[in-house]
Design a protein around this ligand. Structure first.
Ligand code: TMP
Length: 215
């Protein structure tokens, strides 16, 4: 049987990576094999594109449409090299961001036409659509506090997207909420302001319910 494809989405600092890893452990405890992927990245080519996109490795910031197409190139490679083959083998795939990130950031955030952005996804993902998308929703100020604490602890600095102003990130957040409202069957909104354990429980309850898992 084909594996399930679950994506985690949300603004900066909403805890997607942490929650993806907790979810994979919980699935393993139920006997379900699942892998973690992230976007942009997840393949050798994708990780190169990630460095260009987030850290300006090419020495020149991409224009808005080039930025969008670089995300799509990374995604296409991830779909064909990792996601599709695993799903076909019955492995579940948990992706830390996917196509809805591009609609939220490049569409609603940058202001590229959302219907055109979604038409490009259609071409890129080539029928690999998430079975369920968990939107970890969080107020922008709270997310940035978490990101700042993380960077202080790691001694790193903010990437190109995190340096965008609050208005940009508010547009991203409200864009995500519009996407969730437009596709209620695929999306579940999770309150990411809760403590990590409570977020993990909310996520697990939604997954168990959506895929009829006995917990
Ligand atoms: P993250 O891995 O820390 O979430 O960083 C990825 C950054 O790239 C984040 O700021 C969101 C941004 N992004 C887009 O703008 N569009 C996309 O399609 C994806 C996948 C990420």
């Amino acid at each position: 049987m084909r594996g399930k494809f679950i994506t985690l989405e949300g603004p900066e600092g909403s805890g997607k990576s942490t929650q993806a890893k907790i979810l994979i452990r919980r699935l393993a405890a139920c006997g379900i094999e699942a892998i973690y992927t992230r976007e942009p990245g997840g393949t050798a080519l994708g990780e190169e594109i990630r460095n260009i996109l987030q850290h300006n490795q090419a020495g020149e910031a991409p224009c808005e449409r080039a930025e969008l197409l670089l995300f799509e190139a990374s995604r296409s490679q991830l779909v064909e090299k990792v996601i599709r083959p695993h799903l076909e083998r019955g492995v579940w795939v948990i992706s830390d961001r996917f196509m809805d990130s591009t609609t939220a950031y490049q569409g609603y955030g940058r202001g590229l036409p959302v219907d055109e952005v979604q038409a490009i996804h259609h071409f890129t993902v080539n029928n690999v659509i998430p079975d369920l998308t968990l939107l970890l929703d969080l107020e922008i100020g709270a997310g940035f506090q978490r990101v700042t604490l993380r960077y202080l602890a790691l001694g790193e600095s903010a990437d190109r997207f995190e340096q965008e102003d609050r208005f940009f990130h508010e547009k991203v957040r409200s864009g995500y909420l519009k996407l969730a409202a437009a596709e209620p069957d695929r999306f579940r909104i999770i309150n990411a302001a809760q403590e990590p354990d409570a977020v993990a429980t909310s996520i697990w309850n939604r997954i168990a319910d959506a895929f009829k898992l006995s917990v």
